[in-house]
Design a protein around this ligand. Structure first.
Ligand code: ADP
Ligand code: MG
Length: 332
């Protein structure tokens, strides 16, 4: 029934690596994700027809076939090419307006045929520590894209806060939410759902991949695959790539913990919480086995004005931000 379709509400995670939509129509929830990437290959009618038959998102542009999302990685790998990304370090690059049509296609793909009357809440990163606001262009451009796609009821939410909305209902949305993505790590603290502080760090999975690649002389993509397919934290590494990945993972974790310390130190309004709060970890970067324990150990070395009661993993780290944005959209 047409009537039922208009009940749709959507949480949208606009990440450097992946775009994820969590939608709810009546009581049914579903999640759609695509790589936030594209690749251009030479045009051929045959290839275009194959892409159509397989329902692969694509467009014809300047005599080339542009392939979007998950399939772009497979195709790029096959042809020995690099994928291209509309975003770096968490936000759209104002110097690269030519990738806007690409991210628009990827967003349209994850939104599918959802009703244009849907309420949408999308995630935006926090500015880095010490930076006032570098997000105006990014926020406004994503709104513009959603508007062009026909969605008129749109708002945004801080990514770390979305993590808290998704995972910390049991502590009444009081605690620390962290998302470790490709471009950035995002951190937020809230008290009874009210954001108290947030910041981002330009050290995420991409930083680990490129740093480990440069010291080992390996290709970035090779390092990323090694990291995603078999990396875990345990004592000693015989493999040089694994060892380098561990070094930069340590660096990332130390930077987050130090960032928390600095954020509290420079914040004028840290309330007396009265009790320790939970900290929740999400994002693709937290997936390696042993990450939680490693993070917990690093947290034990600092003392924060708001003590942490436990370090826990999000239920589904790759969907946390989108699900939290959905909670925000539903609560409007
Ligand atoms: N199984 C895994 N183990 C380790 N890292 C992973 C794994 N899966 C994804 N990642 C890394 O997580 C990052 C992407 O996380 P994601 O939350 O999807 O990012 P973003 O918020 O940037 O879109 C990438 O750096 C990717 O290499
Ligand atoms: Mg993310």
């Amino acid at each position: 029934m047409k009537n039922e379709k208009t009940q749709s509400t959507i949480g949208l995670d606009i990440g450097t690596s992946r775009i994820v939509a969590a939608s709810r129509v009546n009581q049914d929830e579903k999640v759609q994700a695509q790589l936030n990437a594209f690749v251009a290959i030479p045009y051929s009618r045959l290839t275009e027809n194959s892409l159509k038959r397989e329902h692969v998102p694509h467009a014809v542009s300047d005599g080339q076939l542009v392939i979007f999302g998950d399939e772009s990685a497979r195709m790029a790998d096959l042809l020995g090419r690099e994928i291209r990304r509309p975003m770096t370090r968490g936000i759209l690059n104002a110097g690269e307006p030519e990738s806007l049509p690409q991210i628009k296609e990827i967003i349209a793909t994850v939104l599918g045929d959802s009703d244009k009357g849907s309420k949408i809440c999308f995630s935006v990163p926090a500015p880095p520590l010490g930076v006032e606001d570098n997000l105006t262009y990014h926020d406004a451009t994503i709104r513009q894209i959603l508007d062009q796609l026909g969605y008129k009821d749109v708002r945004s939410i801080n990514e770390g806060v979305a993590v808290i909305y998704s995972e910390l209902e049991d502590s009444n949305y009081t605690g620390i939410g962290i998302s470790c993505g490709g471009g950035l790590c995002n951190v937020a603290l809230s008290y009874m759902s009210v954001p108290v502080l947030s910041f981002s760090l330009a050290k995420g999975g991409d930083f680990i991949d490129s740093s480990a690649a440069s010291v080992t002389g390996e290709l970035i993509n090779r390092v990323r695959l090694t990291k995603e397919e078999g990396f875990h934290f345990n004592g000693h590494f015989t493999d040089k790539i694994q060892q380098a990945i561990a070094v930069y993972y340590d660096d990332m974790i130390q930077s987050i913990v130090q960032g928390l310390k600095d954020a509290f130190a420079s914040s004028r309004n840290v309330p007396k919480f009265g009790r320790p709060v939970p900290l929740v970890l999400s994002g693709g970067g937290v997936l390696p086995e042993g990450f939680r324990e490693k993070f917990e150990k690093a947290m034990a070395t600092v003392s924060l004005p708001v003590p942490v009661s436990e370090v826990r993993m999000a239920g589904n780290p790759l969907e946390t931000t989108a699900r939290g944005a959905l909670v925000a959209a539903l609560s409007e």
